[in-house]
Design a protein around this ligand. Structure first.
Ligand code: 9PG
Length: 502
């Protein structure tokens, strides 16, 4: 049915299956297709990426759309089911600028997609009817109202973001218990609350046991971290299996499959192909829960669960449920397994489907000790390749999620050693972390100059006053920080081969 919805003097046309239900700052809409039409010509489109690493920005809706030609790269960048769309579109949320105001349409169900056609936002759900929230007004008000609606629908968690040392952005996969013990010695006295062991401790992706570099075993390492006064944290990619893992070699039938019955490709990483467990298969989910229960029994109290999008990839499933519904069931089981006190940090995760279950979520791609790799973006279309510019640009557009979950913009670099980032680039990253409230680094103190160490200490200690001055502007203890120059030039999504428009 078609209705008019008046906000102040503006008339918004709404098409939904039922009469809109009015809330304080918006309307609830239902239908398998919901349309809202802006009252005046529209400007930029808020394009929301599917998972943590997916580009999210205000984009020019008239710019040609990029098709990402290499499936392995698509997999890390965004929802592979929607790479070549005829109109600008995003996952779960879409918004358009309309003069000074913003029209937002956001999903309150799983599997939502919002597309822009002329001045109309068109929402569809992967599975049948969906519930939607629409709002029109000031940018801060509409995103704030949507966040509240999401919180009511999916639940709110977070509120105690960690101050974390993580092993990834210094040692990468090359970690050992000896090396981590040295870092533990060196960070003594620094006000971290969590010490997180990232990728590199396991035998193989899928075989989640300590490898030979962790000969004393994971319980011993967790106990040492705890004795030093930190919460032990551990990285896992619970839904992935490497082609060379024992679990995959023995149980390939636990994976999502393509129409030829072959295990679906979930990426190329760790020197080979990786596949996704079909979490709707009870045997696969049993394995996942065992791995998670093991990590908790070893003494880890923060789990960084990564590459989570794998559970929601397109493919044939044991149970006929939507992709995000499958993902949601799986993470709910994980939450039941760990209980309420373990901090669950999502990474590479479908964003809306993670709310209410995870305490924190990565909201952008990986940072790197360099600013950007323009050649990789232009010629390889690796829009989720680690680089600090994209990490900042995407994270800045997801700060509004802080009302419902802790938001992780990734680590801050203080070091100048092994680092191509300029001072202002490191400073911007640090300011973003301060605004996000999630404070992490991978810098080993042994790599820091005395001034850099003091800066890290101040970063962890300070509780500055933060005031929001605008969409991209904040005051941190009275000092103005402006992310606009970075955020306004979104990842160059639109430079590649042009997808024909239909
Ligand atoms: C561990 C890392 C860190 C990091 C995560 C995730 O192949 N890739 O393009 C690719 C993208 C992201 C990525 C790794 C590989 O990073 O975000 O913090 O935990 O995994 O492997």
């Amino acid at each position: 049915m078609l209705t008019q919805w008046a906000v102040d003097e503006a008339e918004i046309t709404v098409e939904a299956s039922r009469q809109p239900r009015h809330l304080d700052h918006g309307v609830l809409l239902d239908g398998d297709v919901v349309r809202v039409t802006a009252p005046a010509p529209v400007g930029r489109f808020y394009r929301h990426g599917w998972q943590s690493w997916s580009p999210t920005a205000w984009v020019d809706p008239h710019a040609p759309l990029l098709a990402i030609p290499v499936p392995e790269l698509t997999l890390l960048a965004d929802d592979p089911a929607h790479t070549a769309t005829a109109h600008p579109s995003g996952s779960a949320i879409g918004a358009v600028m309309c003069g000074e105001r913003i029209l937002l349409l956001g999903a309150l169900d799983l599997g939502g997609r919002v597309e822009l056609r002329d001045a109309t936002l068109v929402a569809t759900c992967e599975q049948g009817d969906g519930r939607w929230f629409a709002a029109f007004g000031d940018e801060r008000d509409v995103f704030g109202a949507y966040a509240r609606a999401l919180g009511e629908r999916f639940g709110v968690r977070g509120g105690a973001p960690p101050r974390m040392w993580s092993s990834w952005y210094s040692f990468y996969g090359d970690i050992s218990e000896q090396g981590l013990l040295e870092v533990l010695d060196d960070i003594a006295g620094l006000p971290f609350d969590t010490f997180q062991v990232d990728d590199g401790w396991q035998v193989q992706i899928g075989d989640w046991h300590a490898n030979e570099r962790f000969a004393s075993g994971m319980p011993t390492l967790a106990a040492t971290i705890r004795e030093r006064g930190y919460r032990p944290g551990l990285w896992l990619a619970p839904f992935l299996v490497h082609e060379r893992s024992q679990v995959f070699r023995e149980h390939p039938e636990l994976c999502l499959t393509d129409d030829d019955g072959r295990p679906t490709l979930a990426g190329h990483n760790w020197g080979g192909r990786v596949h996704a467990l079909d979490v709707t298969n009870p045997d696969a989910m049993h394995l996942v829960c065992d791995v998670i229960a093991d990590a908790v029994s070893w003494g880890f109290e923060l789990l960084k669960l990564d590459f989570l999008f794998a559970a929601a990839l397109p493919g044939n499933r044991h149970e006929q449920v939507g992709r995000e519904a499958a993902y949601r069931q799986a993470i709910e089981r994980i939450r039941e397994t760990v209980g309420d006190d373990v901090y669950l940090l999502a990474c590479g995760a479908p964003v809306v489907a993670s709310l209410g279950v995870f305490d924190g979520i990565r909201i952008g791609p990986d940072v790197a000790p360099w600013w950007e790799l323009e050649a990789a973006t232009r010629y390889l279309h690796t829009v989720a390749t680690p680089n600090t510019r994209y990490a900042i640009a995407t994270s800045v557009h997801r700060l509004w999620l802080r009302a419902v979950i802790d938001i992780d913009p990734d680590v801050v670099y203080f070091r100048t050693r092994y680092n191509l980032l300029l001072d202002w680039q490191r400073a911007l990253l640090r300011d973003l972390a301060v605004v996000s409230g999630f404070r992490a680094t991978s810098d080993p103190p042994a790599w820091l100059l005395p001034d850099e160490l003091s800066e890290l200490e101040a970063f962890l200690d300070d509780e500055p006053q933060i005031e929001r001055l605008g969409a991209y502007r904040y005051a941190i203890d009275g000092r103005t920080v402006d992310f606009e120059a970075i955020a306004a030039r979104p990842p160059d999504l639109y430079l590649g081969p042009i997808t024909p428009r239909h």
